[in-house]
Design a binder for this molecule. Structure first.
Ligand SMILES: [Ca+2]
Ligand SMILES: [Ca+2]
Length: 230
């Protein structure tokens, strides 16, 4: 550091500051040469990110200008890292925010794991699905791979594919089991006849009263008279 030139450089620095330009002396920023001065402009006092000395306006300074090591090129702490100094203002030491040895990973700045009893990260249900192990039948899923059964239907892990019009896997009291849609109801995602007919409670679509028919079996009532369901 060229502190022996401070007296000479100081005058030059003041001149630079007065005409509104930042000054660099021998490749070093001013703060390295002159700690402070009453008439220096803000630019002249700019600390140098990467000098290994954390100034107040820096969240961290690990002594380099590389990113990806916890303290980025602008001396901001990177997502999923924590930085601290042994002494105030000293060089920052950065490390991962989460404890990988304990099974934690970092997801959007939060520590998550497949064994913390919480649904977090990319899990589809508590501690399963996504990047964790598959969920058991009846738990929530987003894709077949989230389920131990290999079937994800209606957002739950199902015992079978369960893709027909009058069955569903998310009925209250039978979540995870492919069951018949109740009589006179319809499946909103797999509606019978484009939504005009209903389920019979035994897995089949049936026409309702006043809809056209050729046989009684086509009608929910079982009665087809004159080409019309009764
Ligand atoms: Ca760095
Ligand atoms: Ca979890």
């Amino acid at each position: 550091m060229a502190r022996k030139h401070v007296g000479r450089d100081f005058l030059w620095i003041v001149a630079c500051a007065l005409i509104g330009y930042g000054c660099v002396v021998e490749g070093e920023f001013l703060e390295d040469l002159v700690p402070s001065g009453p008439n220096l402009g803000a630019s002249a006092l700019a600390s140098r990110c990467g000098d290994g000395v954390r100034q107040d306006k820096e969240a961290c300074d690990d002594g380099n200008s590389a990113s990806g090591d916890g303290c980025d090129a602008a001396c901001a702490v990177e997502l999923c890292w924590v930085c601290q100094e042994a002494l105030p203002g000293a060089r920052s030491a950065c490390g991962p925010q989460c404890d990988a040895a304990a099974g934690q990973s970092c997801f959007m700045g939060a520590c998550v794991s497949c064994s913390d009893g919480l649904r977090n990260g990319l899990e589809t249900d508590v501690d399963c699905g996504g990047a964790c192990g598959p969920c058991v039948q009846g738990l929530a899923c987003g894709a077949a791979g989230d389920c131990a059964t290999g079937f994800c239907t209606g957002g739950v892990c199902c015992n079978e594919a369960c893709g027909a019009a009058c069955v569903r896997c998310d009925l209250a009291g039978a979540v995870g089991i492919c069951a018949y849609v109740p009589e006179n109801e319809t499946h909103e995602q797999q509606a019978c006849g484009g939504g005009t007919s209903v389920c019979d409670g035994k897995g089949a679509c049936k026409n309702v009263a006043s809809q056209a028919c050729t046989k009684g079996i086509e009608c929910l009532s079982g009665k087809c008279l004159g080409g019309v369901c009764q």
